[in-house]
Design a protein around this ligand. Structure first.
Ligand code: FMN
Length: 185
């Protein structure tokens, strides 16, 4: 069975990224028949890039890099779930991408962004960067709009499934594109 790893791109102590990633994962599991697993950058706790060699040259010396490299390598596809911060995507996500290089090449990937207006600027930045590292984006980013009413007083989403429902057809199509790519490999 294929394994899709879903990366939570937000590391804030109070955040919604984990909720969005979880809801996206459930839907993608249904559509693709693959297993999904959450990779939380907050738990991964990568320092700011501290490998002595350029990642493109390999030769990683740190355990945290080897662990992250294996998580990407040993997945059939990767979904990046990103919020939009000031028109871009969060620094920890860029740091995590920059740690690796070869691992991204040809990796089937999907970008899911969220924000007040869907996080399209963050998604567009990610698409550019993933193009440089040679990832295989299976389709355009899926953008989830989170309204003010989506948030509870605790800063968490009240009903993440309902927020995801607004882009159900896009996620369905993205899942089908992922599944098609996984079958072709
Ligand atoms: C530093 C920061 C910058 C933000 N900038 C934007 C923005 O440019 N556009 C937007 O729609 N929302 C913006 N927001 C609101 C976020 O989309 C919203 O807080 C979202 O819940 C963040 O994801 P997270 O809770 O998983 O970290 C920003 C939030 C933060 C914390």
């Amino acid at each position: 069975m294929s394994l899709i790893r879903i990366v939570v791109g937000s590391t804030r102590p109070v955040r919604v990224g984990d909720q969005v990633a979880h809801a996206v994962g459930l839907l993608l599991e249904e559509v693709t028949g693959a297993t999904t697993e959450i990779v939380d950058l907050r738990d991964l706790d990568l320092p700011l890039l501290d490998e002595p060699k350029m990642p493109a040259l390999g030769g990683y010396v740190h355990e945290h890099t080897k662990r992250w490299s294996a998580l990407v390598d040993e997945s059939d596809a990767i979904v990046l779930v990103t919020p939009q911060y000031n028109g871009g995507y969060p620094a920890p996500l860029k740091n995590a991408i920059d740690y690796l290089y070869r691992e991204w090449h040809g990796k089937p990937m999907l970008v899911v962004s969220y924000g007040g207006r869907g996080g399209g600027m963050a998604a567009a930045q990610l698409v550019g960067v993933l193009g440089v590292v040679g990832a295989d984006l299976v389709t355009d980013p899926v953008q989830i709009t989170l309204r003010r009413a989506s948030y509870g007083v605790d800063g968490r989403l009240v009903a993440p499934e309902a927020d995801i429902e607004t882009v159900a057809s896009e996620l369905q199509a993205a899942g089908e594109a992922l599944a098609k790519e996984l079958r072709a490999r």
